[in-house]
Design a protein around this ligand. Structure first.
Ligand code: NAD
Length: 519
């Protein structure tokens, strides 16, 4: 194997020492963390708390108050008040330059407290530093992109047209008002940024519902927002379980728009719930990513690149590659190289130097993944690496070994998103068959083709049913291009990180004005 392909490694941890600032934040003077509503810390009427833990050590990091129906009501009222102000000076009316200045002030405060926010991702979210640092950089990148978009795309009146002899018509674009972001646990800082910056810059007030496994970064950012000088009620943070706090939000008619990122089943449920009272929604959901490897590809180099993507955040990334279709001719070499890549992964605690595969987020995920591994074998997948529980000396976390299987085109042995370092590798005799198999899933988030023949790769990539189609790369995102799912992986909504994301957070009305009739 060439040295160049050996150099392609999984994302890796550098030693991370938890900063004092994070520990102090977690400790919160010995009190549980309240939600943040109207600029105040709120304990919650349910008098319920939950602990957030480090998944790699099971150490309790902080205790959090769960927000109930009353707090959702209060946050909606606070958001509405902040949105309208006294009719002229609400958040909606603040000039875009002032909104950008406040947002960039928040970004600077996040950068000042970088280590504490990295600790949120590494300790609360279970990430290795190399990934956490990349995620952290998205705070500034998202803010800068959407400030530029907000300055370029005007809200308010569109151009006027004469629609009848005495009637003039035009469009009027305005923010929804109070919008909610329901966030999953796998990319808390990135997904909170992807929600709040376009939503705030288009003039909305926001309710952030972080995942119950990773509430710390949203609470930290909420605290910094107050320091940055956001008016009370513009940014509210409501931690709690999905079936309670999240459900109360989905049922609340005062929330005009919901941005949901999470699993397809929960997204479908929320859409049905909020549709009953006319709340609009955008959804970014899970995938079961595919990669097609053509016969001209270098099996060793591509196996390692695909391995790196499969293992991004230990496979807990929405568009992760879980299904590989590889040309028969190079399949054995490819499988050998994947076996080597995955068996070399250093399993360990996410804050320890050199760790490449850390613990999964919680015990439910652990059981789900282990039963998916068994199910794949029951469905006929042949284990190349059999998975199973892993032990890490001195740590009590939710550790699992990587699992890869050889599959054949007649087997449907990997039908659903597994969310771990897990993949089936299916040798195929022709590319059309590979494409048909890659597309034979209700998901449609991300897929890639690996080949030296770029134009053939592009032609094939365009035929995926996925929202993000890549050639010789995977998991790439760029501001200006939509990141959106097809099938059960997404919609409605235009996806994230593009101009349409900004306009998703606005409603468009038609205005007609007629001359007053002569008496
Ligand atoms: P999840 O669907 O279980 O939870 C997501 C959020 O929804 C959490 O905040 C949860 O508390 C909340 N929730 C749960 N039930 C609810 C209800 N009844 N009403 C309102 N809110 C409710 O997902 P998860 O396990 O946290 O995250 C992993 C999933 O997210 C995977 O499927 C992954 O692929 C997907 N994801 C997609 C993207 C994308 O951009 N497409 C990005 C990241 C993660």
């Amino acid at each position: 194997m060439s040295t160049a392909s050996k150099e392609i490694q999984a994302l890796t941890a550098t030693q991370f020492t938890t900063p004092e600032k994070f520990l102090k934040f977690c400790q919160n003077d010995g009190k549980p963390h309240g939600g943040i509503i109207n600029g105040q810390s709120v304990r919650g009427s349910m008098n319920a708390t939950f602990d957030t833990i480090d998944p790699g050590s099971l150490e309790t990091l902080a205790t959090i108050c769960e927000m109930g129906q009353d707090e959702v009501d209060a946050a909606v009222i606070a958001g509405q008040r902040a949105f309208h102000g006294n009719g002229v000076n609400g958040w909606r009316d603040i000039p875009v330059e002032e909104k950008c200045a406040l947002i960039m002030k928040l970004v600077e405060l996040c950068e000042r407290d970088r280590d504490a926010l990295l600790a949120c991702e590494i300790r609360d979210g279970g990430k290795v530093s190399e990934l956490a640092e990349g995620d952290f950089a998205q705070i500034r990148a998202t803010a800068e992109y959407f400030c530029e978009v907000a300055k370029r795309i005007p809200l308010g009146d569109g151009s006027k047209m004469q629609v009848a002899d005495n009637i003039e018509g035009y469009t009027y674009r305005e923010p929804w008002g109070v919008v909610a972001g329901i966030i999953p646990w796998n990319y808390p800082i990135v997904l909170t940024s992807w929600f709040i910056f376009p939503a705030l810059l288009s003039g909305n007030c926001v309710l952030i519902k972080p995942a119950e496994d990773t509430p710390l970064s949203a609470l930290y950012i909420g605290k910094l927002a107050e320091e940055a000088g956001f008016p009370p009620g513009v940014i509210n943070v409501l931690p709690g379980r999905g079936e309670l706090t999240g459900q109360f939000m989905a049922e609340h008619p005062g929330i005009r728009y919901i941005s949901f990122t999470g699993s397809p089943g929960v997204g479908q449920h929320i859409l049905r719930t909020c549709d009953r009272h006319g709340t609009r929604m955008k959804r970014e959901m899970g995938g079961n990513g595919a990669a097609i490897v053509l016969e001209d590809a270098d099996p060793q180099a591509v196996a390692r690149m695909i391995g790196r993507h499969t293992n991004q955040h230990f496979g807990q990334t929405c568009c992760t590659i879980h299904r590989v279709f590889v040309a028969d001719k190079i399949a054995d070499d490819f499988i050998d190289a994947q076996r080597e890549f995955f068996s070399e992964l250093k399993i360990g605690y996410q804050a320890d130097e050199g760790t490449q595969l850390g613990a999964v987020i919680n015990s439910t995920q652990r059981s789900r993944i282990l039963s998916a591994q068994q199910d794949t074998v029951t469905r006929g997948g042949q284990p190349i690496l059999a998975g199973g529980a892993a032990e890490v000396a001195g740590r009590d976390g939710y550790y699992i070994k990587p699992a890869i299987y050889r599959a054949s085109p007649d087997l449907n042995c990997n039908p659903a998103e597994v969310f771990h370092a897990f993949a089936t590798i299916c040798p195929v005799t022709d590319t059309e068959q590979a494409l048909q198999l890659a597309n034979s899933t209700p998901y449609g988030l991300g897929a890639s083709v690996w080949t030296k023949d770029i134009s053939r790769g592009v032609e094939l990539a365009k035929r995926f049913r996925d929202g993000t189609c890549q050639v010789n790369c995977h998991n790439t995102i760029a501001y200006g291009l939509p990141y959106a799912g097809q099938g059960i992986s997404g919609g409605p909504g235009a996806g994230v990180n593009c101009e349409e994301t900004f306009t998703d957070y606005t409603e468009l009305k038609a205005i007609y004005v007629a001359d007053y009739p002569d008496s």
